[in-house]
Design a protein around this ligand. Structure first.
Ligand code: FMN
Length: 151
């Protein structure tokens, strides 16, 4: 299996309700688990930055589907690589809402606290997502039996 990683940015269309973000995330989680696609979706200042990784045919097909989604526009590919291993294997699709706290990470990679992935190189965008990854806990596996409280 040849694996790839794609990183792209896009703009949330004006007039679309914010609640769509959670819907996108829920659909992504369900589909990506099924297709073994992993990655991260950052959202801030009405812009998306997404990384998708997995089997080349599946990632390509998913990206084509996402590009036709009417909820966003100005889709711009920042980076596309064949990869040996996944960086986001812990996440079917981790949603990161770039609030003020998270914007510190943005400032480190863009020199400003305003999230504008259109101004980032693909490499910088990847490094920012890797940095964000380090600060988030692993998703709890579904149906996991809770650990007994320490005695
Ligand atoms: C910014 C953005 C990111 C998305 N990411 C994913 C994704 O990672 N996986 C996914 O299945 N759908 C994603 N979608 C939704 C797809 O465009 C599409 O609506 C969805 O895959 C349809 O799923 P269905 O065929 O199961 O109805 C995304 C949409 C947007 C706008």
């Amino acid at each position: 299996m040849t694996m790839v990683r794609i990183i792209y940015t896009s703009a949330f269309k004006a007039g679309i309700d914010h609640s769509e973000i959670n819907k996108i995330h829920a659909t992504s989680h369900a589909n990506n688990v099924k297709w073994q696609v992993t990655g991260m979706l950052c959202f801030g200042s009405r812009k998306f930055l997404q990384c998708l990784e997995g089997d080349r045919d599946r990632v390509n097909a998913l990206f084509q589907k996402i590009s036709r989604d009417p909820r966003h526009e100005e889709i711009t590919i920042l980076k596309y690589d064949s990869i040996h291993e996944r960086e986001f294997d812990r996440f079917s699709m981790k949603l990161i809402l770039l609030t003020k706290a998270a914007n510190k990470a943005v400032a480190r990679f863009s020199g400003t606290e305003t999230f504008d992935p259109y101004l980032m190189s693909g490499e910088t965008a990847l490094r920012m997502m890797l940095s964000l990854r380090e600060h988030i806990p692993t998703d709890p596996p579904e149906n996991k039996t809770p650990k007994p409280a320490p005695t």
